[in-house]
Design a protein around this ligand. Structure first.
Ligand code: GLP
Length: 249
């Protein structure tokens, strides 16, 4: 795993955006795997800036989001579809026909998972997967101790994840307890992966991801086996890494 050490959230976001923009410029027809959460907001902001100021062209890009809550409509302000529209899709020239987010309000969720997985396959897989990391080491909504060989599936969210996500909802009872998530196997098949992590609350998960045992209990640890993963961390999130300080930007 390559590690890029940055100072703070802003610098982390700029580095991540530079990486993604570089790929889009080199390969305009890239398929991106996109994440939600507070980690990538700054990255998306930088990408929008590059679209506005430096002609970064999204028109041939395809995107697949990692996950979506079950039981809330895509028009709900806290749906991940709404998040992506707000932070990226509505602000750049991406073709909305090539934007994919799992449908968490599908009548048959199993069928929806299979449809989504097939769509990723039909587009030739993911060229670059962007990931945040949960405090318990989850990626997408792949919670600890679920099988590494999973494809897109329905997830029961852990208490800690529900708690972490409750900051976005008015009432805790409104936080969805289930989600659809692209599985670990599909994530691992992405040609390149970047993980972005910021803040002290991520430091322990980052440490275990980089140098802990590779175990389903810490889903992100399997990225140690991925041939092209780059971790972009800020000072706080990297504070427990021994490698810290070796490659600073
Ligand atoms: C949610 C998302 C993940 C995200 C994680 C961390 O669980 N499903 O994709 O990585 O939150 O979120 P944040 O970046 O806000 O810390």
């Amino acid at each position: 795993m390559k590690i890029i050490f940055t100072k703070d959230y802003d610098q982390m976001s700029k580095m991540a955006a530079r990486y993604i923009a570089g790929l889009i410029r080199l390969h305009p027809e890239s398929t991106l795997g996109l994440a939600t959460g507070s980690s990538p907001i700054g990255t998306y902001k930088e990408l929008v800036k590059q679209y506005e100021d430096e002609n970064l062209d999204f028109s041939r890009v395809t995107s697949f989001n990692l996950d979506e809550y079950v039981g809330i409509d895509e028009n709900h302000p806290q749906s991940y579809k709404a998040f992506m529209n707000q932070h990226l899709f509505n602000l750049v020239n991406i073709d909305k026909d090539k934007v994919f987010v799992p449908n968490g309000s599908a009548e048959d969720l199993e069928k929806e998972c299979a449809r989504y997985e097939k769509a990723i396959e039909d587009f030739g897989g993911i060229d670059l997967q962007i990931l945040g990391i949960g405090r318990n080491g989850h990626i997408g909504f792949n919670e600890p101790n679920f099988k590494f060989e999973a494809r897109t599936h329905v997830v029961n969210l852990e208490e800690q994840t529900i708690e972490d996500n409750s900051r976005f909802f008015e009432n805790r009872e409104d936080v969805p307890t289930q989600a659809i998530s692209v599985g670990m196997k599909t994530i691992l098949q992405a040609r390149r992966v970047i993980v972005i992590a910021s803040g002290i609350e991520k430091a322990e998960a980052v440490r275990q991801m980089v140098s802990g045992e590779i175990i389903p209990g810490l889903p992100a640890s399997i990225l140690q086996l991925h041939p092209d993963t780059t971790l972009i961390v800020d000072e706080a999130a990297s504070s427990l890494l021994e490698e810290r300080g070796k490659i600073h930007v």
